[in-house]
Design a protein around this ligand. Structure first.
Ligand code: NAD
Length: 340
């Protein structure tokens, strides 16, 4: 199949070329993000391959469908950036990579927790400058602390297992409790109890209308003062302005982010010779108790290979049968069993 592959870096090309055995598909790589301005680049493609910050709204899908595109193969698990209603109306199939390495994201979550707790980011700079003072570096034992996991799907379940290994008491909130977590001794509670009882809250739910700005001013009024908040899910699950206020008044003791609501204009690019125009993001960078990574939680060799192989498998299956292996549609989301 002819595939227009958007938002690609050298590492994407390397793994996709490896997975595209014997050059079965003609992969046409573009650096640029998919958007209304760039959709025309897919003029001779039957499929488009896209990533997390590509715009796949109604207008873009209409343009793609009009040019003969029948498949959008996402290189991500999250699909919040795709207008699935428009895709169905236009006859465009949407496929994703449902699980490529939950370990990659869960392990990165732990990296953020440990960095913030033991102030590794500050210690690293101090030691390089010959400053071996410990003031300001005091952490706490993770053992015995209560960690709340919002969303215990693939990633949340791995995070639960790792945190259990640290001796943490793990609470969870998910409309669909995961038996794997229950077997670990994870206790499912409602969202309010989770936020009220947890020393650390880590977010692993998708971005949906229900989870958009889940962590807002109202939520932060009922958390443990000084709690640690970690977000490796999607930026808009937290209200950045409310979180900045929470950091300023001490409600939030530390914050670890791998995602940011307005990340599309920042992440995945080297902007080091420019100033940051996003004032909220720039403000976050001023806090000593905030660590931000640029959407790299997924970025391990294992995950990249799995993403590439599943993406190519989706495209191959669609070419052969008219159905991708891991399709996502309005119906599929609605088909989930009732919450228990
Ligand atoms: P998953 O579908 O396996 O699990 C998501 C879980 O969230 C499900 O169990 C679901 O029931 C639950 N959920 C849905 N709505 C909820 C709500 N309102 N409250 C609580 N729980 C809710 O997905 P996953 O593979 O574990 O990935 C989770 C999210 O992590 C993805 O949606 C994606 O946004 C994000 N992600 C980030 C990166 C990264 O590099 N930072 C990489 C992969 C995925």
């Amino acid at each position: 199949m002819k595939v227009a592959v958007f938002s690609t870096k050298s590492y994407d090309r390397r793994f996709l070329d490896l997975a595209n055995v014997q050059g079965r598909h003609r992969l046409n790589y573009f650096d640029v993000r998919l958007s209304g301005e760039t959709a025309a680049l897919a003029h001779d493609a039957e499929a488009v391959c896209a990533f997390v910050n590509d715009e796949i709204d109604r207008a873009v899908l209409k343009e793609l469908a009009g040019r003969g595109v029948r498949l959008v193969a996402l290189r991500s698990a999250g699909f919040n950036h795709v207008d699935l209603h428009a895709a169905r109306e236009l006859g465009v199939t949407v496929a994703r990579v449902p699980a490529y390495s939950p370990h990659a994201v869960a392990e990165h979550t732990l990296a953020l927790i440990l960095t913030l707790n033991r102030n590794i980011h500050r210690a690293y700079n101090r030691v390089r400058e010959g400053n071996f003072a410990l003031d300001g570096l005091l952490g706490f034992d993770l053992n015995g602390k209560t960690v709340g996991i919002v969303g215990t799907g693939q990633i949340g379940a791995v995070a639960a297992r790792i945190l259990t290994g640290f001796g943490c008491v793990v609470l969870a909130h998910d409309p669909y409790p995961n038996p794997v977590c229950e077997a670990l001794g994870v206790r499912y509670v409602d969202r309010a109890e989770l936020f009220a009882a947890s020393d650390i809250v880590t977010l692993h739910c998708p971005l949906t209308p229900d989870t958009r700005h889940m962590v807002d001013a109202r939520c932060l009024r009922h958390v443990k003062r000084g709690m640690m908040l970690i977000n490796t899910s999607r930026g808009a699950v937290i209200d950045t302005h409310a979180v900045i206020r929470g950091l300023k008044d001490g409600t939030i003791g530390s914050l670890g982010l791998d995602v940011y609501e307005e990340e599309a204009d920042l992440f995945f690019e080297d902007l080091s010779d420019r100033f940051i125009a996003d004032d909220a993001f720039a403000r976050l960078l001023t806090f000593p108790n905030v660590v931000i990574t640029g959407h790299q939680a997924f970025f391990t060799a294992e995950a990249m290979l799995n993403i590439a192989e599943t993406t190519i498998a989706n495209i191959s299956a669609f070419e052969e049968t008219g159905r991708a292996l891991h399709e996502i549609s309005v119906e599929k989301i609605a088909d989930r069993p009732s919450p228990t």
